[in-house]
Design a protein around this ligand. Structure first.
Ligand code: NAP
Length: 263
């Protein structure tokens, strides 16, 4: 039996990039996986199809984050998707309402040093990267079963200074603080809360990495002389999501491939 058989997971931003890697991995471990997207429904459908082709179970959940009412919209879409899935596959699988694993992964970046960031861009990156996960958790706690898991996708930029993405870095610092306090709050329910902090990963958020020269430069940041792949992050999340991760909570796990270790 796979490690997550019988579990239900929701991965925000599970349609593309790191979130897609996490969704594929959790589904491969047996979790029924809700693949959330904001605007690109096609990408979510393709991820669901990929999971199903590999013998896994998944459904898509659409909700734009970073706008008023986003968390309520996300949970309404999740509840509806789960109910639809249960009705369609009732002969094969018993699915209870609610979930066991919540991965807050959806996020955007915001470029600019302190003097360059416009108020609207600052507000937007905080709305998507901080406000949304906060209220997604707040409104999801009644659905999250005891013994569950919350994993927040942070970033190595809380440890390594990149002034060109100051506001973005601040959002991930806020997420780390949320991880710590939430872990304390939810311990009594046996729920672990952790953050995973990737370094540079090959996804659409880093279009500059399509340039081989830029990619070679970025690879040098890691002691392994390569940039990360979504699976490098997904494997860490899968550990935290499994029973093996039961004694780890309130932590930020560095998954930067040893970036800037010697600095
Ligand atoms: P990505 O390839 O750009 O994918 C972003 C995902 O989030 C997509 O599924 C997207 O769905 C969803 N999303 C973005 N904005 C949204 C919004 N407003 N509402 C709803 N969904 C939204 O990004 P990624 O590189 O995989 O990043 C995933 C997470 O890892 C982020 O939190 C990021 O900060 C973090 N991270 C990334 C790196 C890296 O180098 N890639 C490094 C450190 C941390 P739609 O396409 O439908 O909008």
């Amino acid at each position: 039996m796979s490690r997550l058989t019988g579990r239900t997971a929701l991965v925000t931003g599970g349609s593309r990039g790191i979130g897609k890697g996490i969704a594929l991995r959790l589904a491969r471990e047996g979790a029924l996986t809700a693949v959330h997207y904001g605007s690109n429904e096609q990408a979510a459908k393709e991820t669901v199809a990929e999971i199903e082709a590999a013998g896994g179970a998944a459904f898509a959940v659409g909700a734009e984050l970073g706008v008023p009412g986003d968390a309520a919209a996300l949970w309404a879409a999740f509840d509806a998707g789960l109910a639809e899935y249960s009705a369609e596959y009732s002969a094969e699988r018993d699915v209870e309402p609610g979930l066991d694993i919540l991965v807050n992964n959806a996020g955007i970046t915001a470029y600019g040093q302190t003097g360059e960031v416009a108020e609207a861009d600052y507000d937007r990156v905080f709305a998507v990267n901080v406000r949304a996960p906060f209220f997604v958790v707040q409104q999801g706690l009644g659905r999250l079963r005891d013994g569950g898991r919350i994993v927040n996708i942070s970033s190595g930029v809380t440890r390594i200074a990149f002034p060109v993405i100051t506001a973005y870095s601040m959002t991930k610092g806020a997420l780390d603080a949320f991880t710590l306090t939430l872990a304390q709050q939810l311990g009594a329910r046996g729920i672990t809360v952790n953050a995973v902090a990737p370094g540079l990963v090959l996804t659409d958020i880093n279009p500059q990495l399509a340039d081989p020269e830029e990619r070679a430069k970025a690879a040098k940041l890691s002691v392994f002389d390569r940039v990360g792949e979504p699976a490098d992050i997904a494997d860490v999340v899968a550990f935290l999501a499994s029973a093996d991760g039961r004694w780890v909570t309130g932590q930020v796990l560095d998954a930067t491939g040893g970036s800037f270790l010697g600095m």
